[in-house]
Design a protein around this ligand. Sequence first.
Ligand code: F0G
Length: 458
Amino acid sequence: MDRWKTIVEPFRIHSVEPVRMTTVEERVAALEAAGYNLFNLHADDVLIDLLTDSGTGAMSRDQWAAIQHGDESYAGSPSWFAFLESVQALFPFRHVIPTHQGRAAEKILFSVIGGPGKSIPNNTHFDTTRANVEFSGAEAVDLVIPEGRDPAAIHPFKGNMDVEALDAFLRERAGSVPVVFVTITNNSGGGQPVSLENLRAVRAVCDGHGIPLFLDGCRFAENAWFIKLREPGQGDRSIPDIVREIASLADGMTMSAKKDGLANIGGWLAMNDDALAERCRNLLILTEGFVTYGGLAGRDLEAIAQGLREVVDEDYLRYRIRSTAYLGDALDAAGVPLVKPFGGHAIYLDARALLPHIPPLEYPGQALAVALYREGGIRGCEIGTVMFGQHPDGTESAAAMDLVRLAIPRRTYTQSHIDYVVEVVSYVASRASDLRGMRIVQAPPALRHFTATFEPLG
Ligand code: F0G
């Protein structure tokens, strides 16, 4: 298995989508028209789209075939039962509630158990999770281990929860904590995994305080692969077996099937608690749809059922994690500052380290993301002061880090696409001192990264 160093994609191409070549002049014009916000680009003006790994992967032959089995009965569709069986084969929770994507599951759960005065601890909340907790009036508390907050710290399970901090928090606040969450992998912390040992310790703390533990399971298969590779004693276990142990440590989960469901849309909310499930189902019917389809078509349920069988395949996961590291290793060798160790689904460029002459309030991450698009048609995502620097009182301050995330859609780009990304990023990095900061021209009162417009300085 490790005899050859070339990463062989464990698939061959069956159907192709064109990508459009553009010139620098066309991209300069596209940037101007988009107000230098990459969310405003037309996607067909992008050559390599690394904005997100969510819903942007390629489906397999067998998923497209499963789509033809999609049964669109309003209630009790065979596609629902195929979905349920596939979810419960990995996550045997008593209740599975289908939703149109992850944040719909979050919205329903926190509408039921959140609310003013409540606190929800997590290793690190993803932005939609935090937003749904806060929208309910509750407080979102991040308790990742200290290494998880330091881009340069090396730790095999940098997504782990700080168990002592959790215990101390619960000792003080147990009465107002309806659930503890663990996000696998920890996306906001760089796609870093959580160990089984840590999950067992979190479980013990939750049991000590009588509080349920839920998973945000978006990238569960990548997390299980890291456990198999890195955690002592886990190397001989099958991935489904590791996933089932992860599930056995929790009382429920939220899920976006747009990640490790290998689907373009979908998600679910699952739990063992009958009374909680009933309240969630009542809200589901109000906002998403009937309990056997949630916000999904029968064909979407079929694509997810098949995707869940494929995502735990070891050839796939070996390729997935090695190919992400391939991009990281090549950029590291070129001297580009990065968050390490490399996560499962993305490589994060440290724009603040690369562009020390651009102060955080001139948005080094945005300047770098814009330069990657201008020079090579590559779209990444600023995760820094544009995204996190704006406060509800109208003030602004530097975020903890200024990063550009290059998220890798599943099974979509080949090694030569990635070699091209390495070439473009290295070129831009070698001319880092020529880059200039940006100024915000207009921004909405919240979540400005999606719609703000910018202007280059100087
Ligand atoms: N939780 C995590 C850890 C996520 O990464 C995401 C989405 C969600 C929840 C919400 O799921 O998009 O299906 O509603 N992450 C995407 C990203 C958008 O680009 O990282 P959703």
